[in-house]
Design a protein around this ligand. Structure first.
Ligand code: PMP
Length: 468
């Protein structure tokens, strides 16, 4: 992969933070065509091919083949010239960094359920900006959450989310702490009056946990009968909704079981609250159908530490007096999510992720990709003549987390599958300890190539182990 090389390059925005060029003595020289060319002194012993590469060094992002590998220019040059040399100085020409840790990092396919894979571009950008955020001379982690720079970042991330999801103006976007688990408590305390009630649609472990938490603050009506196993969503016509509930709660994608709602429930006017932790921004959806949407970031939009809450303004200001300030939607909305020190770094990473999604084509593109990626895995299972099997009913199979069993749940074979996967660099495919089996999580950052690699392995494994 292009970005697996051990040097990364972008044009410096403000002439700072360059670690490689300065040491090499890059000077502000120009060639006949007016292109900037690095000072030649360190390059004297170079081959003519590499010399040519150096001449190209002033052309950002040009591709060339050097030393047999296709590299990004001028990374190629730096790669050749800096190996084994000291780094750490600054230069005024390019923003370059040795990525020795990346160079030695083995290629893995991270199918984990979360914290999950981040797009490599985001990690690289975060790495480049680690010491100097936007020419401030300091890391985002070191600055005041009341500074103009952080205020600008906070507002920009909110705006990007608003744009991506077409969030209507009468909704607030909050960045809170305490994980999605914290919001399990925040929801009842903010939306249900003392002695009030709420409807919970429990389709898996996460909605079950949320219902248990809510029962501490009010009455919880279970909309569905208790299930022995979470592998289906009963038809809406059988649901027991109560008209006097303060809200109806559900989890759009049960991460552990791979059960995903493929529609938005109709609550007959009662505010709808949704835990979208594991399928947030994985497709377009109509925000106006919801009272509250919340999602931890560490699956589809970033890293752990920040939880997004999107809430209709009409639902703000109804909190029980016992609500801790930190979870009070009204206070956090009034204070633009800086009532106290926010998780600035996770918010920054989420900001990079949202920009990345925009570049990919937005929520609609994420939706198309999620559909394609999951369909490929389901196809392999479905055409395996029963070697692989799916526990979840077809109409609610998740596009994000694909659980499957091997040979009807043969523990030894599943173990073998996981060992073989590890050997191929495919990690975190083990199903949740409460359900067993295999689970492939295919969040936004997972590429089609990675899915194809998994599919190839599944096909090979079947050929080797299916009973003839
Ligand atoms: N809801 C769902 C659907 C989840 O998948 C998770 C975490 N895996 C949570 C809630 C809990 O999130 P957190 O760990 O951020 O509290």
């Amino acid at each position: 992969m292009q970005d697996e090389e051990n040097v990364f390059f972008t044009k410096s925005s403000g002439g700072k933070n360059c670690y490689v060029c300065h040491y090499l003595g890059v000077a502000d020289t120009k060639d006949k065509t007016g292109q900037r060319v690095p000072n030649m002194w360190p390059f004297q012993s170079m081959s003519s091919a590499l010399f040519a590469a150096v001449r190209l060094a002033a052309r950002p992002l040009a591709q060339l083949s050097a030393g047999g590998a296709t590299l990004q220019q001028p990374a190629a040059t730096h790669l050749q010239l800096t190996s084994g040399r000291r780094t750490g100085e600054q230069c005024s020409r390019w923003q370059c960094e040795r990525r020795s840790n990346m160079a030695t990092a083995k290629k893995v396919f991270n199918f984990g359920a979360g914290p999950a894979k981040l797009p490599r571009e985001i990690l690289l950008q975060a790495q480049r900006e680690l010491l100097d955020y936007d020419n401030t001379g300091m890391s985002i982690m070191e600055m005041s959450h009341r500074s103009a720079k952080y205020t600008e970042l906070n507002n920009r991330v909110q705006q990007d989310m608003r744009d991506l999801l077409k969030v209507p103006d009468n909704y607030k976007i909050l960045f809170l702490q305490g994980g999605a688990t914290g919001i399990f408590s925040a929801v009842p305390m903010n939306l249900m009056p003392a002695g009030g009630s709420a409807d919970y649609i429990v389709t898996g472990s996460w909605s079950s946990k949320a219902a248990k938490e809510a029962a501490k603050y009010g009455k919880v009506n279970m909309v569905l009968p208790k299930m022995d196993a979470y592998n289906d969503i009963p038809n809406e016509s059988t649901w027991k909704l109560s008209p006097d509930a303060s809200y109806v709660y559900y989890c759009a994608n049960e991460t552990i079981h791979g059960v995903e709602f493929r529609y938005i429930p109709d609550t007959k006017g009662v505010p709808l609250v949704c835990d979208m932790s594991s399928n947030f921004l994985s497709e377009e959806f109509d925000v106006s159908k919801f009272g509250v949407i919340f999602a931890c970031a560490q699956k589809n939009v970033g890293t752990s530490g920040v939880t997004v809450v999107i809430i209709h303004e009409d639902l703000i200001g109804k909190a029980q007096p016992i609500v801790p300030t930190i979870l009070d939607f009204k206070i956090n909305a009034q204070d633009n999510s800086v009532h106290n020190t926010p998780p600035m770094y996770p918010i920054y990473i989420m900001g990079l992720y949202l920009q990345w999604i925009k570049k990919q084509g937005g929520a609609a593109a994420m939706g198309q990709q999620a559909q394609q990626k999951s369909r490929r895995v389901y196809e392999v299972v479905n055409s395996s003549a029963g070697f692989y099997s799916l526990p979840v009913a077809e109409h609610c199979r998740s596009r994000m987390n694909v659980p499957f069993r091997i040979a009807g749940g043969d523990a030894a074979l599943e173990k073998k599958f996981l060992e073989g996967a590890e050997e191929r660099g495919m990690q975190q495919l083990k199903g949740h300890r409460s359900v067993g089996g295999i689970r492939a999580s295919l969040y936004n950052a997972i590429t089609m190539d990675e899915v194809e690699a998994l599919i190839k392995y599944m096909t090979d494994f079947q050929k080797e182990h299916a009973k003839k």
